[in-house]
Write a protein that binds this ligand. Structure first.
Ligand code: KMH
Ligand code: ZN
Length: 282
C-alpha cells in the first residue's frame, strides 16, 4: 500500500488542455496554437492549476512531436506562468517510439510515462517494456520527474517491476496518474480507481486521477475522498454536463478547484507542487 500517498492536505490540479485525439475542426475551442496554449495556461493557473500536461500541434492543428516546437512551448509556458511543465511522451497513437524518446530533449520539468500498452479505442497505444525501460532511464539521466500514467491494473504491476529494476525517479518521489475510462483500459469508476490505488507500490508518494468524458466527476470525487490529486482538461473531457460543451479549459480547472475546496483539500500552488514532486530547481 502507498502509505505516504494518502496524507496530502492539499490538491495538485493538473490541466491537460489539448491532448492528441480531438480535432480542432470538431472542437474549435481546443487550444492548439502556441498563443492559445499560453493563454489557456495563464487562465488555468489563475483558476487553480499547478501543473500542465502538454501535447502540441503543428500549423495545421495536427499532433506533432517536432523538437523545436516542443522546446518553444516549454519556454513560452515557463515565461508566462509558474506552472510545472510536463510534456507528454505518449504523443498520439501514431507517433513512433524514437520520436517519443526525443521529447526529453525539450528539458521539461516532468514527463508522462505510461508503463504498458493498451488498446485505445480502435487504436493501440504502444508502450513495449524495452521502450518503457529506456524512457525511464533517460528521465533519470536528464533529471526529469516522470508521472507514471496508469491506464490499467497491469500498468500498476509494471510500475512495481520498473521501480524494482531501476530504482527511484529523479528527485526520489514517485508520482502516478490513473487515466480511467479509455475504451480498452480500466473503466472510469470509483471501484476501478480504488483497486488501482490499493495495488500501488509502497514507494508511491502521490497519485492523481482523471476520468475520460462523463467519468470525470466520479473519478475526481473518488480521488479527492481518497487523498489523491486530480487531472482535468480538454484532453480528457469536452463537456461540463450532458449537452454542455467546455468552452475553455479554465472551466474544468475552476470546477476541480471548487471540489477540492469543498473536500477541504484546497488547490496547491505551483511552488507547493514543485516541492511535492521534487522537480529540478530552476
Ligand atoms: N494520446 C494518447 C495516445 C500521454 O500523454 O502520455 C497517449 C496519452 C498519454 O495522451
Ligand atoms: Zn496526454
Amino acid at each position: 500500500m502507498a502509505a505516504m500517498a494518502a496524507a496530502s492536505p492539499k490538491t495538485l490540479i493538473t490541466v491537460a488542455p489539448t491532448g492528441a485525439e480531438t480535432a480542432k475542426d470538431a472542437f474549435p475551442a481546443l487550444p492548439t496554437s502556441l498563443e492559445e496554449l499560453v493563454e489557456s495556461a495563464v487562465r488555468c493557473e489563475a483558476a487553480g492549476a499547478a501543473m500542465i500536461h502538454l501535447h502540441i500541434r503543428d500549423a495545421e492543428h495536427r499532433p506533432t512531436l517536432e523538437p523545436s516546437r516542443l522546446a518553444e512551448a516549454v519556454a513560452a509556458v515557463r515565461a508566462a506562468t509558474s506552472l510545472v511543465v510536463q510534456l507528454s511522451t505518449g504523443g498520439s497513437v501514431h507517433d513512433p517510439l524514437e520520436d517519443r524518446l526525443k521529447v526529453l530533449d525539450a528539458d521539461p520539468d516532468s514527463c508522462s510515462l505510461t508503463t504498458g500498452t493498451t488498446n485505445f479505442g480502435d487504436d493501440v497505444f504502444l508502450n513495449p517494456w524495452p521502450f518503457v525501460c529506456e524512457l525511464y532511464q533517460l528521465s533519470q539521466e536528464r533529471s526529469v520527474v516522470p508521472e507514471f500514467e496508469l491506464f490499467d491494473l497491469g500498468h500498476v504491476a509494471a510500475l512495481h517491476r520498473l521501480l524494482d529494476t531501476y530504482g527511484l525517479p529523479f528527485g526520489g518521489r514517485v508520482h502516478c496518474d490513473f487515466v480511467l475510462g479509455v475504451p480498452g483500459g480500466m473503466p472510469g469508476t470509483p471501484d476501478a480507481l480504488l483497486a488501482g490505488v490499493a495495488a500501488l507500490p509502497d514507494a508511491v508518494t502521490s497519485w492523481s486521477a482523471t476520468g475520460i468524458g462523463r467519468t470525470a466527476l466520479p473519478v475526481a470525487f473518488t480521488a479527492l475522498g481518497k487523498g489523491g490529486h486530480v487531472r482535468v482538461g480538454m484532453e480528457d473531457t469536452l463537456t461540463l454536463a450532458k449537452g454542455v460543451p467546455v468552452s475553455h479549459n479554465e472551466e474544468l480547472v475552476r470546477r476541480a478547484a471548487q471540489l477540492a475546496e469543498l473536500a477541504q483539500r484546497p488547490a496547491m500552488t505551483p511552488d507547493e507542487s514543485r516541492e511535492l514532486l521534487q522537480v529540478k530547481a530552476r
